[in-house]
Design a protein around this ligand. Sequence first.
Ligand code: S3P
Length: 271
Amino acid sequence: MKQLKELEKLRQEIDIWDKKLVEAFEGRMKVVLKVLAYKRKHGLPIFHGKREEQVLQKAVGHLQEKDFTEEIQALYKEIMGISRKLQSKHLFPFNIVLIGFMGSGKSIIGSHLSQQLAMELLDTDRLIEQKMNRSIKSIFEKYGEGYFRRVERDTVKALCQEENKIIACGGGIVLHPENVRDLKNKGKVILLEASAETIYHRLKEDTTRPLLEGQMTKEHIASMLQDRKAYYQEAADMIIGTDKKDIKEIGEEIIFKLLSLCASSDIGGRR
Ligand code: S3P
């Protein structure tokens, strides 16, 4: 009985600290939004890796019991991820949809943006592979392209409900006009462009693209690019060239252009 009372008392103590934690968290998030509004107003860069590093170090410095160093670092990494996510939600209240030819960098840029903006990445090819429990190559081999396109269409339909996600699309998604319509409905469509030369160099050792199998040549890539050019351009809200640029540069350019797009149409920052 006495033991139980002691435990109850300790639990009440935890409740008091939790209340303080929640208050502190709420206060912090409100200031994060004020900082965001200030940066937007004055055209300052939004995401700042160095500042996050400083915040982490300061937090560790505030510790009285150094035993908790590892825990406070884990907590702050989480808090900063949450702060980034909160900012992204306010800045980009839509899906960021990446389209473009095979090898244009949709998956790798998608994963970089996902990390930078703390937004979840959905990759249509990976979703199809999970659903079918087979690689894209094996789906093409066993069922053919027509079947793959139908599964791809169903995948886009299912994605229609998503919000605040980064969606990396298979290169042929734009061939179906209803896919484009659905993706644009809740998202801004970003076309990643690359020359046939660049694509060839990026993919020449690749064996996972059925449409390039046995015809991995610059000429074939150039001809497919030409056939699809109008589809890609028609679908795009924004076009980003990726030739001779690194991932970080492309990511920064996308964020910068999205912010300009939001500023001009007054989408971002209203929630
Ligand atoms: C395709 C592109 C591939 C994949 C499939 C068909 C296409 O995706 O969906 O092989 O028609 O361009 P990536 O663009 O991610 O390679």
